[in-house]
Write a protein of this length. Sequence first.
Length: 138
Amino acid sequence: MKLFEGTSKLIKFLSNAEFTTMIALADFVCYNDCILRNHGIRNGKILDINSMSELLGIPYSTLTRNINSLIEKGVIAEVKTGTINPDETNKSTKCYLANPDIYLRGTCINTTVQAIFEKTGWKEYRDKYMLDKDFLEL
């Protein structure tokens, strides 16, 4: 997992609880699609707040409040993903995405994920205050 150098500057925009939650979620960020999954791997289970709460040892209500706040601030997004197939039951799964302008695992970012976070302002912040090519390894 990589965070852009200068990520600590985000604390100016996040409460201590939000910042701590943001860092705690880093282990779950999946390669390329930025979905929060168990172990941060493509075949890992997509995590809901209940699962994250158990894995992190953070009370459900606290984590829900912090994640909702991070969603409002564009750090995390809540999306539905699924399949539409006339021969099968249509399935939809709610999942949480990490903003690739803050978190990065791998070297390529899915263009759909980039588009989801396009208007959050974090890319412009990263380009101005964070070093674009230097990363912090976690």
